[in-house]
Write a protein that binds this ligand. Structure first.
Ligand code: NAD
Ligand code: UD1
Length: 330
């Protein structure tokens, strides 16, 4: 199968390329390198022993994107490209709406023109919004999002629903990721956030490596067993495998799947496990809750198991070990 992977040099895209390459697919990567480095391409070739066709193109440039479809007989598209920093999206909403929405619309219009109608979209658990309980089930529908980044995900889901309603020959799979963390076991690829990280796992690693002094734990007075926030952390390699399964088991229609482990982990549990597995110290202090945070958010992943034959295989220990291995290598 010929697969176009947009954002394929980014964190989740690069790990997905590795898993797709195992299945003898022909992979074409498009990325403008806004949040990734060209060296990742060499690393992908090193891990897989394969060469990939790469276009350093921006999805906002329609002519360029069209060239990719002109030059390659693409069967399906996995669309990772987009901006993803929650805090930055609050400061620069127009930048987020412009990039995430326009790039997706350009891509879909060109796919329609070239009659390519298999599409997998990277959505997020953030579309569930603030709910009564921590568990998220696909049947719950979307809630109120708390930032422009999350709203772009919700809006794109709606655009895809309208597109499918207008033409039911499309096959669209919407994957809602929970909290992707960890890195490839080779230590060659992983997450490299710019500047001071906002997310828990990259912050823990900066503290463990001495680059930052102390982790602030945002609140220990949530109604959870140890008072700290609970999330569903998913190893990025498990997440990548979820895309391979989604492609293999793609059904006609528009389908949503949660990609998570189904297990809630607290901030303190994460810190303690990281310390134990890697034999390092993570200094932390308890501070006020962070605005917009939920007490609990975890997946009901049973639909993905039933319909895609996918479930997570890696443990929290694997996550902590692989993340730290990548940090040390880089
Ligand atoms: P990432 O930033 O590492 O990768 C995204 C890639 O897209 C980058 O390499 C960037 O250079 C590229 N890109 C951005 N805009 C582009 C454009 N206009 N044209 C071409 N390339 C462009 O992010 P990631 O963590 O790998 O996330 C991938 C997708 O999954 C994103 O859509 C993100 O919103 C979504 N997602 C991520 C998380 C997470 O926690 N990492 C959670 C839920 C959903
Ligand atoms: C956020 C976004 C989500 C996005 C994800 C990954 C929202 C509602 N969710 O998820 O859309 O996909 O990031 O980019 O904005 N924590 C600390 N100290 C820190 C950092 C985090 O205690 O320095 C805690 C948080 O309070 C939370 C947990 O760790 O309980 C996870 O936080 P984080 O990694 O930022 O992810 P989410 O907020 O779940």
């Amino acid at each position: 199968m010929k697969i176009l992977v947009t954002g394929g040099l980014g964190f989740i895209g690069s790990h997905t390329v590795v898993e797709l390459a195992k299945e003898n697919n022909e992979i074409i990567i498009l990325d403008n390198l806004y949040n990734s480095k060209i060296e990742v391409l060499d690393k992908l070739e090193k891990i897989t022993g394969k060469k990939f066709k790469f276009y350093k193109y921006d999805l906002l440039n329609k002519e360029d994107v069209e060239k990719v479809f002109e030059e390659n007989e693409i069967d399906s598209v996995i669309h990772f490209a987009g901006y993803k920093a929650v805090g930055e999206s609050v400061e620069k909403p127009l930048m987020y709406y412009s990039n995430n929405l326009m790039s997706t619309l350009n891509l879909l219009n060109i796919m329609k023109k070239y009659n390519v109608k298999k599409f997998i979209f990277s959505s997020s658990a953030t579309v569930y919004g603030n709910k009564e309980t921590g568990i998220c089930i696909e049947t719950m529908g979307r809630g109120e999002t708390s930032n422009p980044y999350g709203t772009t995900k919700s809006m794109i889901e709606k655009i895809l629903e309208d597109l499918y309603a207008s033409d039911n020959t499309w096959n669209i799979t919407i994957l809602r990721y929970f909290n992707p963390v960890g890195a490839h076991e080779s230590g060659l690829i992983g997450e490299e956030p710019n500047g001071i990280p906002n997310n828990l796992m990259p912050y823990i690693m900066k503290v463990a490596s001495g680059k930052l002094e102390v982790l602030s734990i945002f609140g220990d007075d949530y109604p959870t067993p140890d008072g700290t926030g609970i999330r569903d952390y998913i190893h990025v390699v498990d997440l990548a495998k979820g895309h391979v399964k989604a492609l293999e088991n793609m059904k006609q229609g528009l389908n949503y799947y949660n990609l998570g482990s189904g297990k809630g982990i607290s901030v303190l549990e994460m810190v303690k496990t990281f310390e134990k597995v890697n034999n390092v110290k993570v200094n932390y202090k308890i501070v006020e809750r962070r605005a917009g945070d939920l007490a609990e958010c975890y997946a009901d992943p049973s639909k993905a198991l039933r319909e895609l034959n996918w479930k997570t295989e890696k443990s929290l220990e694997d996550i902590c070990r692989d993340a730290w291995n990548f940090e040390k290598n880089n």
